[in-house]
Design a protein around this ligand. Structure first.
Ligand code: ADP
Ligand code: MG
Length: 240
């Protein structure tokens, strides 16, 4: 579903180049529920933004659903692919403050020019799926963090994406609410949608089926702890 080969990404800082991703190889299959784990600043958001075609990359290859996502893809083409395949959930919910719950969920359909009556009807179905139909007329300011994140999840699902990307979706929530949100992602995944959750929290990543560890711009071997990678191999000549 998502395949990266030798992917590199750097940011230009003044005259110097700051390398964030240094040759990422990654394969996430359709229907997987994975987390990308790493400490703050390890490049998780950078990686997720590239996977979500929200940002470009410098070198390497990215295949989404078998299709090469060119590193020079236009904004228009990227937007088309996002609306066809991808859904997003962020730590800060990103809800519109002056729209109520049902209008927030319906927003992607507004951009697809679905009539107000039709999109609100569909939005109510998605609100129901996340257990918030009774709150449909409430504004974000009247909802708890957990409820706001449920609204954001319903909004991410309404255009029937193949993949949901969530960047620290529980970062602003207490641990019980976080577990509830992770349960919703589990249900979403049970419907066949690929779910990729970025987190710096061990206990959140353990609620997914596979943990991909990011450190210093590379992905650590999933089957062996980091210590084995850095330990010298006696059969190799010692570098000077
Ligand atoms: P994480 O999400 O794991 O905390 P990020 O992907 O946000 O990490 O950032 C990785 C590194 O890249 C950080 O050192 C950050 O400061 C840097 N960085 C992120 N975005 C930019 C940007 N737009 N310009 C310059 N540096 C950036
Ligand atoms: Mg981040």
């Amino acid at each position: 579903m998502l395949r990266l080969e030798k992917l590199y990404k750097s940011y230009q800082l003044g005259n110097s180049k700051f390398e964030v991703l240094k040759g990422i190889d990654l394969n996430i299959k359709p229907g997987e529920f994975v987390s990308i784990m790493g400490s703050s600043g390890s490049g998780k958001s950078t990686l997720l933004n590239i996977l979500g075609i929200l940002d470009n990359y410098d070198e390497g290859w990215y295949y989404l659903n078998g299709q090469l996502i060119d590193k020079k893809l236009t904004q228009t083409k990227a937007a088309q692919l996002r609306s066809r395949f991808l859904g997003f959930v962020f730590q800060s919910f990103n809800l519109l403050a002056f729209k109520n719950a049902v209008e927030n969920v319906a927003l992607p359909l507004y951009y697809q020019k679905v009539s107000r009556k039709e999109r609100n009807k569909i939005a109510e179905e998605y609100l129901d799926k996340v257990g918030l139909l009774d709150w449909k007329n409430h504004l974000p300011s009247e909802l708890s963090g957990g409820q706001k994140q449920r609204i954001a999840i319903a909004r991410s699902l309404i255009s029937q994406p193949k993949v949901i990307f969530a960047d620290e979706p529980t970062g602003a929530l207490d641990s019980n609410t976080s577990a509830d949100i992770m349960k919703i992602f589990r249900e979403v995944n049970n419907q066949g949608i690929t779910v990729v959750v970025v987190t710096h929290e061990d206990d959140i990543s353990r609620m997914t089926d596979r943990v991909i560890k990011l450190k210093d711009g590379i992905i650590l071997n999933e089957d062996s702890p980091a210590i084995e990678i850095i330990a010298p191999n006696p059969e190799l000549p010692t570098p000077n």
